[in-house]
Design a protein around this ligand. Structure first.
Ligand SMILES: [Zn+2]
Length: 220
């Protein structure tokens, strides 16, 4: 259970999922390399002592033009894959359409999409330049978000809901989140989102922020 009594990994949106074939690995390689690094850093994972043992964290990239990326389609890791050290093509789904206002996601692929797909979709919708979104769970970043100057979504807004979509849009308007490329999810224990034009940039923003968090609590 997280702070607001939320269960990690429970799909709250209307997910219209159609089973389909795995995506071409050329669209997945870089994404999957970063997914592996985030797992090694325990920013994505699964642990009996955390979040009632449910998997946590997910990663996405905008789909290539041939798969509708310009219209907002994106590729995201599947639901409850957090505990798998290295994913393969059978662990990624294509989100064809994401409608945050009606809480609806249309997906296809060999696995159902992450329960946090809607929040990823909101970000791709806000910025056509955005190419990658990482949702991780990091106690040091989350607990020190304010000291680190990270924008924080309101505590009473649960993840994966239309309210969260509106809250992210508010941060977009009212804070420097767009240039920072990272924010903390106030009502979602340890939840952090990082995003950029490329996976390498988003991953760097995340790791650099983590170093700043460790520096704040450093014994030296
Ligand atoms: Zn989460």
């Amino acid at each position: 259970m997280s702070k607001g009594g939320e269960r990690e990994g429970v799909i709250k949106f209307d997910c219209r999922y159609r089973p389909g074939v795995p995506l071409d690995s050329e669209h997945l390689r870089e994404l999957n390399a970063w997914r592996k690094i985030l797992f090694q850093l325990e920013l994505i994972g699964q642990h009996p002592a955390r979040y009632a043992g449910l998997g946590f964290g997910n990663i996405s990239r905008r789909a290539p033009r041939s798969l509708g990326g310009e219209g907002g389609a994106f590729i995201i890791s599947g639901t409850q894959t957090g505990g798998i050290p290295e994913l393969d093509a059978s662990h990624y789904a294509l989100i064809r359409e994401c409608d945050p206002h009606h809480n609806r996601v249309e997906a296809e692929g060999p696995v159902a999409p992450s329960s946090e797909s809607l929040t990823h979709g909101v970000l791709y919708g806000l910025d056509p330049e955005l190419g990658c979104v990482m949702h991780v769970h990091s106690p040091p970043l989350w607990h020190q978000a304010t000291r680190l100057g990270l924008p924080v979504t309101r505590e009473d807004v649960p993840y994966g809901t239309p309210d969260m979509a509106a809250e992210v849009a508010r941060l977009w308007r009212e804070s420097s989140v767009r240039s920072l490329g990272i924010f903390s999810m106030g009502g979602h224990e340890d939840g952090i989102l990082a995003f950029a034009q490329t996976c390498a940039e988003a991953g760097t923003i995340l790791i650099r922020s983590l170093a700043r968090a460790y520096a704040l609590s450093s014994p030296v």
